[in-house]
Design a protein. Structure first.
Length: 137
Protein backbone atom coordinates (compact mmCIF):
# COMPACT_ATOMS: atom_id res chain seq x y z
CA UNK A 1 0.00 0.00 0.00
CA UNK A 2 2.07 2.82 -1.37
CA UNK A 3 0.03 5.48 0.44
CA UNK A 4 1.18 4.27 3.88
CA UNK A 5 4.17 5.97 5.50
CA UNK A 6 7.05 3.48 5.06
CA UNK A 7 8.76 4.18 8.38
CA UNK A 8 5.76 4.43 10.70
CA UNK A 9 6.78 1.26 12.61
CA UNK A 10 9.85 -0.89 12.57
CA UNK A 11 9.49 -4.56 11.59
CA UNK A 12 10.16 -5.46 15.24
CA UNK A 13 7.33 -3.18 16.43
CA UNK A 14 4.97 -4.71 13.89
CA UNK A 15 5.88 -8.28 14.91
CA UNK A 16 5.39 -7.40 18.60
CA UNK A 17 1.98 -5.82 17.88
CA UNK A 18 0.88 -8.87 15.87
CA UNK A 19 2.01 -11.29 18.61
CA UNK A 20 0.91 -9.33 21.69
CA UNK A 21 -2.31 -7.77 20.40
CA UNK A 22 -3.69 -9.38 17.25
CA UNK A 23 -2.87 -13.05 17.85
CA UNK A 24 -3.14 -12.87 21.64
CA UNK A 25 -6.37 -10.88 22.00
CA UNK A 26 -8.35 -11.15 18.78
CA UNK A 27 -10.02 -13.96 16.88
CA UNK A 28 -7.87 -14.67 13.83
CA UNK A 29 -9.11 -16.64 10.83
CA UNK A 30 -6.38 -17.88 8.50
CA UNK A 31 -6.86 -18.86 4.86
CA UNK A 32 -4.45 -21.30 3.25
CA UNK A 33 -3.76 -22.05 -0.38
CA UNK A 34 -1.40 -24.78 -1.51
CA UNK A 35 -0.22 -25.33 2.07
CA UNK A 36 0.82 -21.69 2.56
CA UNK A 37 -0.91 -18.80 4.32
CA UNK A 38 -2.89 -16.85 1.73
CA UNK A 39 -4.35 -14.27 4.09
CA UNK A 40 -6.04 -13.64 7.39
CA UNK A 41 -8.87 -11.73 9.02
CA UNK A 42 -8.75 -10.56 12.66
CA UNK A 43 -11.86 -9.77 14.71
CA UNK A 44 -11.88 -7.63 17.83
CA UNK A 45 -15.48 -8.07 18.94
CA UNK A 46 -17.51 -6.90 15.95
CA UNK A 47 -14.60 -4.87 14.54
CA UNK A 48 -12.60 -6.31 11.65
CA UNK A 49 -9.23 -4.98 12.73
CA UNK A 50 -7.31 -6.59 9.85
CA UNK A 51 -8.06 -8.26 6.57
CA UNK A 52 -4.92 -9.01 4.62
CA UNK A 53 -4.32 -11.14 1.55
CA UNK A 54 -1.03 -11.92 -0.08
CA UNK A 55 -1.00 -9.92 -3.34
CA UNK A 56 -0.64 -13.17 -5.30
CA UNK A 57 -3.85 -14.48 -3.67
CA UNK A 58 -6.09 -11.49 -4.37
CA UNK A 59 -9.13 -11.78 -6.66
CA UNK A 60 -9.44 -15.52 -6.04
CA UNK A 61 -12.39 -15.49 -3.60
CA UNK A 62 -10.26 -15.85 -0.47
CA UNK A 63 -11.17 -12.42 0.93
CA UNK A 64 -14.85 -13.16 0.29
CA UNK A 65 -14.54 -16.49 2.12
CA UNK A 66 -12.83 -14.83 5.10
CA UNK A 67 -15.53 -12.17 5.21
CA UNK A 68 -18.29 -14.80 5.02
CA UNK A 69 -16.70 -16.62 7.96
CA UNK A 70 -16.60 -13.37 9.95
CA UNK A 71 -20.28 -12.67 9.16
CA UNK A 72 -21.12 -16.16 10.43
CA UNK A 73 -19.21 -15.51 13.65
CA UNK A 74 -20.80 -12.07 14.14
CA UNK A 75 -24.32 -12.36 12.68
CA UNK A 76 -25.43 -9.18 14.45
CA UNK A 77 -23.12 -7.06 12.33
CA UNK A 78 -19.55 -6.01 11.63
CA UNK A 79 -17.61 -2.81 11.22
CA UNK A 80 -14.18 -1.79 10.00
CA UNK A 81 -12.01 1.19 9.12
CA UNK A 82 -10.54 1.54 5.63
CA UNK A 83 -8.25 4.20 4.22
CA UNK A 84 -9.83 6.41 1.55
CA UNK A 85 -6.99 5.76 -0.97
CA UNK A 86 -7.73 2.02 -0.74
CA UNK A 87 -10.47 2.22 -3.37
CA UNK A 88 -10.24 -1.48 -4.22
CA UNK A 89 -11.02 -2.41 -0.60
CA UNK A 90 -13.90 0.07 -0.47
CA UNK A 91 -15.41 -1.50 -3.61
CA UNK A 92 -14.87 -4.99 -2.13
CA UNK A 93 -16.62 -4.14 1.15
CA UNK A 94 -19.45 -2.35 -0.64
CA UNK A 95 -20.04 -5.46 -2.81
CA UNK A 96 -20.31 -7.46 0.42
CA UNK A 97 -23.02 -5.24 1.90
CA UNK A 98 -20.96 -2.76 3.92
CA UNK A 99 -21.99 0.89 3.90
CA UNK A 100 -20.07 3.99 4.91
CA UNK A 101 -21.17 5.17 8.35
CA UNK A 102 -18.52 7.80 9.02
CA UNK A 103 -15.66 9.61 7.26
CA UNK A 104 -12.63 11.10 8.96
CA UNK A 105 -9.91 13.39 7.68
CA UNK A 106 -7.01 11.38 9.10
CA UNK A 107 -6.27 13.60 12.09
CA UNK A 108 -7.20 10.78 14.48
CA UNK A 109 -5.19 7.90 13.00
CA UNK A 110 -1.45 7.46 13.29
CA UNK A 111 -1.00 7.26 9.53
CA UNK A 112 -2.66 10.70 9.08
CA UNK A 113 -4.59 9.37 6.07
CA UNK A 114 -8.32 10.05 5.54
CA UNK A 115 -10.39 6.98 6.31
CA UNK A 116 -13.93 5.78 6.68
CA UNK A 117 -15.83 3.47 9.00
CA UNK A 118 -17.95 0.95 7.16
CA UNK A 119 -20.63 -1.24 8.71
CA UNK A 120 -22.48 -4.38 7.74
CA UNK A 121 -25.83 -5.22 9.30
CA UNK A 122 -27.80 -8.31 8.27
CA UNK A 123 -31.11 -7.88 6.51
CA UNK A 124 -34.03 -10.22 7.01
CA UNK A 125 -34.19 -12.67 4.11
CA UNK A 126 -37.89 -12.21 3.59
CA UNK A 127 -37.81 -8.42 3.40
CA UNK A 128 -39.39 -7.57 6.73
CA UNK A 129 -38.18 -7.50 10.30
CA UNK A 130 -39.12 -10.10 12.89
CA UNK A 131 -42.21 -8.96 14.72
CA UNK A 132 -43.26 -6.62 11.91
CA UNK A 133 -46.92 -6.72 11.07
CA UNK A 134 -47.78 -7.56 7.46
CA UNK A 135 -49.67 -4.84 5.67
CA UNK A 136 -53.02 -5.66 4.24
CA UNK A 137 -54.56 -4.49 0.98
Amino acid sequence: MAYLPPDLHTPEETRHWMRAIVFARQRVIVAESGGAVAGFLALDGSLISNLYLSPAQQSRGIGSALLAEAKGLRPGGLELWVFEPNTGAIRFYTRHGFATAERCDGRDNEEKIPDRRMVWRPRPADGFSPGARPRGP
